[in-house]
Design a protein around this ligand. Structure first.
Ligand SMILES: [Zn+2]
Length: 296
């Protein structure tokens, strides 16, 4: 209803019964209209209130979700940090292992070079001996010839023609109790950066090692320069072949001794640059490493 007049004033201003009736009807219509308007407003207000509540609930849910997301983010970055730590730790361990392995490979190579030098020196000394022997024989022959010419009796040549026992050329397996090969001839891997010069026999500590063939012991025990090989026994088989067993816990022969094929020469160990008990068995033909499997 609009205007400042009250319902009573409107009714009192009627100038006839009909006019009064008209005014009453008009007032009733206005009141009904107002009432429905009020109902509409009330329901709209209720709806707005409902919506407001829903919005507030949504806002709370959104806030809760945001909190949960940031909590999860925090948790996740914690995991990421932890994983990164593990990765860093692992790569540190890897590089330390790599340098240990490089170090081991370097030492092994140094020992291998030292033993190569030993072979070369040994070969040279044998050659020298041969030359000296030949010279001695030649001069003896000369003397003998001149003595004969002079009519005297000849001088017998008592010098032997070679170094010690001559092997058969075929060898027996040096570790009778174990046939397991852990590293093959020529093998290159994480531990052996250069081709392996022999075969490694994975025998247990203390297993017996025997002479692969008969011959003369030319190296027994640990030597300067080739410490990496640990306790070694090398046998000159007299036919250009030298066999060598390394990393022994102890040796059972001494240098210069003549040994028979199959005779005990030492025991399996892990002396020198070795990662566990094994027998490194190598064969050299005129100083050059050859595959031992071709001789056993
Ligand atoms: Zn080896």
């Amino acid at each position: 209803m609009s205007g400042g007049a009250s319902n009573l004033e409107i009714l009192l201003s009627a100038d006839s019964v009909y006019d009064f009736a008209d005014k009453v009807e008009a007032l009733q219509m206005v009141t009904a209209h107002d009432t429905s308007l009020i109902h509409l407003l009330k329901s709209e207000m209720a709806s707005v209130k409902k919506q407001k509540t829903a919005i507030e609930q949504n806002r709370q849910a959104a806030a809760d979700a945001k909190t949960s997301v940031s909590e999860k983010q925090g948790e996740l970055s914690g995991f990421v940090r932890e994983a990164q730590g593990v990765i860093n730790d692992m790569s540190a361990k890897e590089s330390s292992l790599q340098s240990a392995s490089d170090d081991f490979a370097q030492k092994e190579e140094a020992a291998s070079q030292a033993i190569d030098k030993w072979y070369a020196d040994y070969q040279a000394s044998q050659e020298k001996k041969k030359v000296e022997l030949a010279q001695k024989q030649a001069s003896q022959q000369k003397r003998s010839v001149s003595a004969k010419t002079a009519g005297s009796s000849s001088v017998a040549d008592s010098t032997s023609g070679g170094a010690g026992a001559i092997g058969s050329g075929s060898m027996v397996w040096p570790v009778p109790s174990c046939q397991v090969i852990t590293t093959y001839f020529g093998q290159v891997d994480e531990v052996h950066s250069h081709p392996h010069k022999g075969v490694d026999i994975g025998a247990s500590y203390g297993s017996t090692i025997v002479a692969p063939d008969s011959g003369t012991v030319v190296m027994a025990g640990a030597g300067a320069g080739y410490e990496g090989y640990g306790n070694v026994v090398a046998i000159d088989h007299g036919n250009g072949l030298i066999s060598l067993c390394a990393h022994m816990s102890s040796v059972a022969v001494s240098s210069g001794q003549t040994v028979a094929k199959g005779q005990v020469i030492g025991y399996v160990g892990s002396t020198g640059y070795s990662t566990g008990p094994h027998c490194h068995f190598e064969v050299r033909l005129n100083g050059t490493p050859v595959n031992p499997m071709n001789y056993v």
